[in-house]
Design a binder for this molecule. Structure first.
Ligand SMILES: [Zn+2]
Length: 105
């Protein structure tokens, strides 16, 4: 099963057709601070718990959620520049606040 974009209202899947259209798929960063920024940017709420959604290991975002200047070509592959945060989403930002991020521990 192909990877699917984790953004709300985004139907994009990591298929050959989409790759041919120039879409690329990017895993959530491992670095804690940056990962947190991505989670806040994605702004997804788990319907069952009504808590902020936390990405699983296979979670990724497609290139539609980043602006063009946030990519660089490296070794013939399109990749994100370091420290980039997704910014292009189809919903209104309301949960994108620090206090909504679940505390650790
Ligand atoms: Zn997407």
């Amino acid at each position: 099963m192909p990877k699917a974009c984790s953004a709300i209202n985004c139907p994009n899947r990591d298929t050959r057709e989409n790759r041919a259209k120039g879409l690329s798929f990017h895993s959530f960063p491992k670095a804690h601070e940056l990962r947190k920024k991505w989670i806040l940017a994605v702004n997804r709420i788990e319907p069952s718990s009504r808590k902020l959604w936390i990405p699983g290991s296979g979670a990724c975002l497609c290139s539609e959620h980043f602006s063009q200047e946030e990519f660089e070509i490296y070794g013939g592959q399109k990749r994100l520049k370091a420290g980039v945060i997704p910014s292009v989403f189809s919903f209104k930002v309301s949960w994108q606040r620090e206090e909504n991020y679940p505390k650790r521990g």
